[in-house]
Design a protein. Structure first.
Length: 216
């Protein structure tokens, strides 16, 4: 299936390939290179094995500006930066994260335009999506998790790797959050139809059962 990334998103990735050290992850990695099932307004770039940045966000911004794009810094902390990148009427939000947790899987090397970039593997993203459910209740994570598992994701391995990344993670806690996921409210915000809501409700029930079985 073709990439669901926008031309501007692909252009930003190709430009930032001039400053290697990061890995594309999250929804953009799924939309562009793995599942191609939805669009996303963000690009999530991880610097694995880092707790803080030096000048990487500023250097990335300068590289984008030198390539003719407009860049606005929206947020900056020692280990995180958010940039708004614009070209005419098009824009994309670029999140830059220093990620100290160890990788669960090796990244893939793919092409963005004529440039090579690293992209987190489906398993790495599955691990991150499992962990994300502990910290936020967003329906996009649930949709991504459902499709990753239906495409052959190893759930038991993902749970083990999520615990390695986050000492506060446990299948028992995840099971509680799955049972109490605010599906109806999230589905209303996302504008899902009844068929999609029913499918996700079925997935949540099956996920809860798998977690209960694994906890025995």
């Amino acid at each position: 299936m073709p990439s669901r990334l926008t031309p501007l998103q692909e252009r930003v990735l190709a430009i930032l390939a001039r400053r290697p050290g990061w890995t594309l992850t999250g929804g953009a990695a799924l939309a562009g290179y793995h599942l191609q099932h939805r669009t996303t307004r963000d690009l999530d770039l991880f610097w694995h094995g880092r707790r803080t940045f030096e000048r990487e966000p500023e250097d990335c911004a300068a590289t984008l500006v030198a390539a003719g794009l407009q860049v606005e810094s929206l947020q900056r902390s020692p280990g995180f930066a958010r940039l708004r990148v614009q070209a005419g009427a098009d824009e994309v939000v670029v999140d830059l994260d220093a990620e100290p947790a160890p990788r669960a899987d090796r990244p893939l090397v793919v092409l963005a335009g004529n440039a090579s970039i690293e992209v987190d593997s489906p398993h790495e993203i599955l691990v991150n999506k499992v962990g994300a459910l502990l910290h936020r209740a967003e329906i996009r994570d649930l949709i991504d998790l459902d499709l990753l598992l239906r495409r052959g994701g190893d759930f038991a391995r993902a749970l083990r790797d999520a615990a390695s990344k986050d000492g506060g993670f446990s299948p028992l806690m995840l099971g509680y959050l799955v049972q109490n996921f605010p599906l109806d409210r999230q589905a209303q915000v996302a504008g899902l139809d009844e068929a999609a809501i029913t499918a996700l409700r079925t997935f949540l029930a099956s996920l809860g059962k798998r977690l209960a079985d694994l906890s025995k």
